[in-house]
Design a protein around this ligand. Structure first.
Ligand SMILES: O=C(O)CCC(=O)C(=O)O
Length: 272
């Protein structure tokens, strides 16, 4: 099975149907080039300063020769256009539950630049932390990877196993079932939290640059702790929709706090 391809102009129900069938879908022409340039410019100093492991441990979850910067909400203004992109929220509404009821939240944010010489990443599922549920799990997570540069088979385009979102725990993919997502810059790849995937090997001279944003059900623990990753002084300056999606909205009775605490403790250095 190949990775299905849609355009951002296609009806969202058609994109959702492709995602449901294959467990992954590429959506082309999703990001304006100005937004992409803004994002690249904002993240550049952090990526340049990021640690790059040039030795590589084959057992390590993250491949060497790769730069990774997390905490994108605090580090980029442009990322809001990606996090709240209508295709992302339209698919999350259908996959995880309506956003208006805080059915989902931002789960992970990271800029990932896979360098020449990087090996394949170990295949995994974004939902693997939720071991409580046996495979195939209910829909817990929806993942996206925004192409800041072209994703190709030779530069580490994401490897995926279409259909594996419905597999039981004992089914392993054969090599012919593993495919790569190739997409031009400005596209976005979505995949289900249950779909086996991983970064590809980079056999080229170019860096494969993408931004991963994943979303989880509103009642789950976020993989990236947004309450610590976005300092309260900064979160107050964000748009209401962005604040909600990073987890400041309540999910039924979950997520309560007393906002007066911030005034009571303003300027205080602790209990003394
Ligand atoms: O880099 C990629 O293509 C996939 C990254 C990924 O799956 C991860 O870091 O969890």
């Amino acid at each position: 099975m190949k990775v299905p391809r849609c355009s951002a102009d296609d009806p969202i129900d058609d994109i959702a149907a492709s995602l449901d069938e294959a467990g992954c879908v590429v959506v082309t022409d999703a990001l304006k080039s100005e937004t992409r340039s803004d994002f690249i410019g904002e993240l550049d100093p952090y990526l340049q300063a990021a640690y790059v492991d040039t030795t590589d441990n084959p057992e390590s979850f993250y491949a060497g020769h790769t730069r990774r910067v997390v905490g994108l909400i605090a580090r980029s203004k442009a990322v809001e256009q990606l996090v709240l992109h209508p295709t992302s929220t339209g698919l999350c509404d259908r996959w995880l539950g309506p956003g208006a009821e805080f059915g989902y939240q931002l789960h992970v944010s990271a800029a990932i630049s896979v360098g020449p010489g990087a090996r394949e990443q170990i295949l995994h599922r974004e939902e693997d932390s939720f071991t409580f549920f046996p495979l195939p799990r209910p829909k817990l997570v929806l993942a996206s990877m925004w192409a800041m540069a072209d994703f190709r088979a030779d530069n580490g385009g994401t490897r995926l196993v279409p259909g594996s979102h419905r597999w039981p725990a004992d089914r392993e993919p054969t090599s012919s079932e593993i495919v790569q997502a190739e997409m031009p810059a400005g596209s976005v790849l979505f995949w289900a939290g249950g779909t086996l995937h991983g970064g590809g090997e980079n056999r080229s001279e170019d860096w494969r640059y993408g931004a991963i944003l994943t979303y989880s059900l509103g009642w789950l623990r976020q993989e990236e702790n947004q309450y610590l990753a976005v300092p309260p002084e900064l979160s107050e300056t964000l748009s209401p929709d962005l604040r909600k999606i990073i987890g400041h909205g309540m999910y039924r009775a979950l997520g309560a706090y007393d906002p007066r605490l911030y005034q009571e403790f303003a300027g205080s250095s602790g209990h003394d």
